[in-house]
Design a protein around this ligand. Structure first.
Ligand SMILES: Cc1cc2nc3c(=O)[nH]c(=O)nc-3n(C[C@H](O)[C@H](O)[C@H](O)COP(=O)(O)OP(=O)(O)OC[C@H]3O[C@@H](n4cnc5c(N)ncnc54)[C@H](O)[C@@H]3O)c2cc1C
Length: 364
């Protein structure tokens, strides 16, 4: 049985920052990542990030991943396992993982779950045909493995992810037939929308996909206009000849381990679906289990990094590390989070957190 003071599950921006912060206060940390590399979503992002300067805004996601992973090299108290999916968190506090094709057990004193989010899908006829991907899968194919998903794509969803992945497809030489969006307005930032519009890609708001066409693979898609009540408008169908349909319709917290661990969960649409109840220091209703990043509510990399730092500090302090220095670091992280979420861009998150935590930020 492997013993550690703090186990961090997930090596994205939240997990990397959690591990660094806990080690900074003096705790021994084991970070486990299921992929063979660290960085989570960041390693697929070739665009320059929005967010705050302290969290490396205006640098490319892939570069931020490298910086965060290198920060861990300064901490000899952190052990990293990659290529090791965590399989379960049990009642007695034991965690199991797969490592080098073996089933291993870990007994941590504290756990920080930073497993990120999973893509949502859409129900429509033939949505299981080869050629239908989530936007994250398209990015993994193109940006990690150098494989084009197809020749001509219909992008469903005009949030930041749909817009950014459309631009990356264009950069890779793939034609984007259209971006469709059910809402009356584009959800992503104007800067991303403008880039693909300038490249001649139509963005059709109040449109949805009616069905995918094809027998053994996608050969086309039927799209259709929606009215103000999200109902299809008869007679507005259009057929597009495409071999890829890319779904960028949102993310939902990847919270399976938290469900299994018995953490209390609540459905909060503004945060992406079921999220763990926790206090303002990100400790869940199961004492000693903390959360950080998209698994605690789908947001952005900047917030994931600060939440990771907060959870790492709080977990280490709960083990007696850090003294008064820990208090001021925690205060500072809370202030940074507050700053990131103020302003119009934070409206949705603030309203979700208010539902979850109440005005005082107490455990729900
Ligand atoms: C196309 C796109 C563009 C984006 N652009 C921006 C942007 O410009 N600015 C910005 O701030 N944010 C952006 N984001 C959002 C940002 O990438 C995420 O908010 C951020 O990566 C969340 O960090 P995280 O650490 O919570 O999760 P992730 O980055 O998803 O990391 C979670 C990690 O946990 C690992 N994991 C999951 N389950 C297990 C398990 N059971 N065992 C072991 N490991 C596990 C995963 O493999 C992954 O490495 C973008 C996202 C996408 C998809």
């Amino acid at each position: 049985m492997t013993q550690t003071e703090i186990l961090v599950i997930g090596g994205g921006p939240a997990g990397l920052r959690a591990a660094a912060a806990a080690a900074e206060l003096g705790a021994q940390v084991l970070l486990i990542e299921e992929m063979d590399w660290l960085g989570g979503q960041l390693v697929k992002q070739t665009h320059k990030f929005f967010g705050s300067k302290e969290q490396y805004a205006s640098r490319r996601g892939i570069d931020i991943a490298r910086v965060l992973a290198e920060e861990l090299d300064n901490h000899d108290r952190v052990t990293v396992w990659t290529g090791a999916p965590v399989l379960g968190i049990y009642e007695d506090g034991v965690v199991t993982a797969q490592k080098d094709n073996r089933h291993v057990k870990i007994r941590p004193r504290r756990i920080i779950v930073a497993t990120g989010a999973a893509e949502k899908v859409l129900p429509f006829p033939n949505n299981d045909l080869p050629g239908i991907y989530g936007a994250g899968a398209v990015q993994t194919l193109m940006n990690l493995h150098g494989v084009l998903p197809g020749r001509r794509v219909l992008m469903v969803g005009a949030g930041n992810i749909g817009l950014i992945v459309s631009y990356q497809l264009l950069q890779a030489g793939v034609e984007v037939a259209a971006v469709i969006e059910g809402a009356p307005r584009i959800g992503g930032y104007l800067v991303h929308a403008s880039k693909i519009r300038r490249a001649g890609v139509p963005i059709l708001t109040r449109y949805t996909i009616k069905e995918a066409l094809g027998r053994d693979m996608v050969t086309g898609a039927v799209i259709q206009q929606l009215d103000d009540h999200w109902q299809p408008v008869p007679g507005t169908e259009q057929t597009l000849e495409v071999d890829v349909i890319c779904l960028a319709v949102g993310l939902t917290p990847l919270a399976d381990l938290l469900w299994q661990a018995g953490c209390e969960m609540r459905f909060i649409p503004e945060l992406g679906g079921h999220v763990p109840c926790r206090n303002h220091l990100l400790e869940t209703t199961r004492p000693g289990i903390y959360v950080a990043g998209d698994v605690s509510g789908v947001e952005e990399a900047s917030a994931a990094m600060v939440e990771g730092r907060l959870a790492g500090l709080a977990a280490a302090r709960s083990l007696g590390y850090g003294g008064p220095e820990a208090e001021s670091c925690i205060e500072n992280a809370l202030e940074q989070l507050h700053g990131l979420r103020s302003g119009p861009a934070g409206d949705k998150i603030r309203s979700g957190l208010k539902k979850l935590l109440g005005e005082e930020g107490a455990v729900c």
